[in-house]
Design a protein around this ligand. Sequence first.
Ligand SMILES: [Zn+2]
Length: 505
Amino acid sequence: MKTKRIKRPVCYLVGLLVFGLMLYSCLQDETDLDSRETTGKIIKGKNRELSIDVARSWYEAHQTPVVTTRSVATHFELMTKLHWKKGYENRKGKFEVVEVPLLTRGGAVLMDSETMEKCKDTERGKIRNISRMVIIKNLETGEIINFVMHIVGTYDYLMKAKHFEDNSYLYRAPDLSGSVYFYEPEGGLVNGWQYENGKIVATISQGTEEGLKMQATADTRSESSECHYESVFVEYDECTPFIYEDPEYGIGFGIECRTRTKYETKLVCNNIYHDENGNAHTWFPPEVDSGGGVGGGYQPVAPKAKAIFRNSNMTDNSWKTIENLLDKMTKTKIGEALYHKLQEALKGKTLIIQFVSDNMNSNFDPGLGGIKMRMDITSSALLHEMVHALQSYTEQETWNATQLNQEFEAHLIQQIYINSLEESERTWWYEKSKNDSRWNATRLLVRYIDEFGNLRPGITAGKLQKIIPKIISDFRDVGYDNIDYPWLNSRKGLDNFNNLRSLYQ
Ligand SMILES: [Zn+2]
């Protein structure tokens, strides 16, 4: 009797276990399938984290409702508004995307020069382009970015394409012929791709009017030339009433509509190769994995640098130099904190950045509203000037009276940053600066103040205040004179390091 009683629950248990295993394996199958799907295919309308609502509240907290993209070369602006009701979600791999069509002012349509020449009024319905705000979340890093995408088909493609609107950030139709452009949300062309029958054939970057003119006047257009300039046009309704005076009928009124304007001068370069799988690559590294699949994605040059600096004349290589310094800087805790604090203080604005010759010093110039730097600047020297830029927002009216107080803080933050780098760099810096009295004074400060701007254990405000006269004279000894670098004596102790203390708040 006893054994039977035990056997029955065991039976149930085994049954339950088998059922459970079945259920588990079913579930596992589904998640397997799901993860397989997410790596290769595009899934529409099922975003897990970046839904349209999430994208909208993110967007409205960070961006302006009216979006103006500009051509740097032609100084033409395109004003647009987001049409959230027509927004849609899709995802692929680690990227979730929300695309929102942009309503352009005056119903502006972008087109290439061939389309502009050939388009007749009867075909007007077929002359269209895609303009969308793209918002992307990288599920691995949690980062959300946004940019404007314009897709402009060739004349032949537009005439035959039945599903032109299916083209998206993640999907390019297999027969797409035309160009895909990416613009900063409030700015100029970032990069682009040219397609022929769904295949990438060229890269697009910002062109110049001078380049376009030189190309037009060149006696022989060299066939081997890798790059050439092309124009993009915009047609829009700008209906302005005007008054005219007819010699026969006198004064009359009219309305003038449909303006055609050059929108963009682009540089098209045939620098694409295809690997054995037919995937497109550019000759120049690095390719950024931005969800656009095999090439074709948004690839901003120096996004960190351009988020806080501006200079319309700077080459991509110079931008990359600054980006590398910022990449190195933001790998440290204090560098990362300073970068974000400065970005916060700028409130979406940017500082001018300029290179100066090697016989000049790098410095923050409040008159210029930016930083002048030498080509051979180190990340720590750039960080020093970024501290001064931050101080220009926090000091304001005391700016001129506290120059030396500010230098104390900039030097201290720079030394703390160097202390967080690898040993070889710390040693290099020490050897370079060991005979400089202000750096020895700064290293003395580090013994009193920790990396968060607080007094170290056992140090009192009185003890800190006591060493300040010595540090002042150590700075004066190397040229920080009291005319250009006055010391505000009413500012005591730790109050000289308020920016450092606020870095992590
Ligand atoms: Zn300084």
